[in-house]
Design a protein around this ligand. Structure first.
Ligand SMILES: Nc1ncnc2c1ncn2[C@@H]1O[C@H](COP(=O)(O)OP(=O)(O)O)[C@@H](O)[C@H]1O
Ligand SMILES: [Mg+2]
Length: 428
């Protein structure tokens, strides 16, 4: 079969790399892709948020399956448009994708379905928001309702700070995305990410992963898109995982289906493991980046049957067969280290030359996924984004996976890049 994969990050390179290994797959077409994905299948220069362009491309390629990597096209309704044209699509409808695209929508669903999460209020005016704030305890969690590229959440230590953040957000700090505000109770605990592949009824749970949001070692400095990840994450014990299944995933999927917006694709459940058990921090409507990279690297079996059944239906009651094809039992511990441009998440230089990626990828257990790379005239690999490469490795143990990933990092020669040196520390 032929697949059309939408996106251009490390997540999509990992998906393309994994899907291309399936005996079911002939070609993975990518749009827009990146230099790493170029080596997997043909890339087409159509942006991930160019809905008309992507529909045109799909009509031209006629893929058997479209896999949507990032959130932007989901929030713009690409799945619905392609499904209406008869394509099989891995990715939720625009309505269901609001679980990510609107934090207020997502909180309202959780409340309706009785899913454990932080207490909250939803506001469009500053005065009632500030009154609500005074009933909460510090620190104060303020969230822009809409998509804000991972920058829409502010945790304020004092009332003054929170008040001025409320004013800024409601007066357009994040444009329309912060026209509505969610204020939440602060949850204490350790975070993890659980991924559910679903056709809206059945569910396959992948091993839990943990990412590293802060830019600096020891979880210090500003937030980023993610500086590394590993799986499985031991904080999600068997007991916690079974509570996530029963108390979170099952009621969410059932409720969404009952309310006429079945969720199809991968549901990312961001949890806080609190003293009372797992509670939802947020949902995302797609794989996490960089968590996807470690999941694809650690999975020994075939991902394509699971993705296909999520797109076409028929998973319920057949979960075990798909889990066996994924070889979930034999998942190998995996870790990924993000190489970023110095200065990230602030301003950074573009166009600097990177060498040694091939050598790193030739090391045992190591695969280097591209995220923000480009090829300059003359064929040299250069950096064009903040997060540039994901040096990913699997091993018999997490220790071995991490050591292999850092051996890969050390084989790469990019003086203008940096990485965290402590990926996996919570588990190790
Ligand atoms: N209620 C909460 N209690 C404690 N920390 C929170 C809470 N909500 C969010 N956070 C922290 O803020 C981060 C970002 O919030 P999240 O809801 O995941 O939004 P986004 O990923 O869209 O920026 C979380 O990963 C978590 O560290
Ligand atoms: Mg998040």
């Amino acid at each position: 079969m032929n697949i059309l994969l939408i996106g251009s990050g490390g997540r999509e390179h990992a998906l393309a790399w994994k899907m291309a290994q399936s005996p079911l797959v002939d070609v993975v077409h990518c749009a827009p892709g990146n230099p790493g994905m170029d080596a997997v299948g043909p890339c087409f220069d159509v942006a991930a948020d160019d809905i008309d362009g992507l529909v045109k491309l799909a009509l031209q390629i006629e893929p058997d399956l479209v896999v949507i990597g990032p959130e932007a096209p989901l929030a713009l309704g690409l799945s619905d448009i392609l499904r209406a044209r008869g394509f099989d699509v891995f990715g939720p409808s625009k309505e269901a994708a609001q679980l990510e695209a609107s934090k207020a929508f997502s909180k309202a669903r959780m409340t309706k379905y009785g899913v454990p999460t932080a207490a909250y209020g939803e506001f469009t005016e500053a005065a009632p928001a500030k009154t609500f704030l005074r009933k909460m305890r510090a620190p104060y969690v303020l969230k822009a309702d809409g998509l804000a590229a991972g920058k829409g959440v502010v945790i304020a230590e004092t009332l003054e700070e929170a008040d001025s953040e409320i004013d800024e957000m409601l007066s357009g700090k994040f444009g329309d995305a912060s026209a509505t505000l969610v204020i939440e109770e602060f949850m204490h605990g350790e975070e993890a990410s659980v991924f559910v592949i679903t056709d809206g009824e059945g569910a396959i749970f992948l091993p839990a992963a943990q990412d590293h949001k802060r830019v600096g070692d020891g979880d210090t400095g500003p937030n980023t898109g993610g500086m590394g990840a590993y799986a499985p994450a031991p904080v999600v014990s068997e007991e916690i995982m079974s509570r996530v299944k029963c108390e979170i995933a099952a009621p969410m999927l059932k409720g969404m289906a009952k309310d006429g917006m079945p969720y199809q694709g991968v549901l990312y459940i961001g949890i806080m493991v609190t003293a009372e058990g797992p509670k939802v921090v947020e949902f995302n409507a797609r794989f996490g980046d960089p968590e996807c990279q470690v999941l694809m690297k650690g999975l020994k079996g075939d991902i394509v049957p699971a993705i296909l059944v999520a797109a076409t239906g028929g998973l319920k009651g057949n979960e075990e067969a798909f889990e066996a094809l994924l070889e979930l039992e034999d998942f190998q511990p995996a870790a990924t280290v993000v190489l970023a441009a110095k200065g990230y998440p602030g301003s950074y230089e573009k166009g600097t030359v990177i060498e040694g990626v091939k050598q790193a990828g030739a090391l045992e257990g190591v695969t280097v996924f591209h995220a923000g790379t480009d090829v300059a005239d003359g064929g040299k690999l250069i950096a064009k984004g903040g997060r540039v490469l994901n040096v990913t490795a699997s091993g018999a143990t997490l220790r071995e996976a991490v050591d292999r990933a850092y051996a890969g990092v050390d084989a790469i020669n990019w003086p203008e890049g940096f990485c965290r040196r402590d990926i996996g520390w919570r588990a190790l």
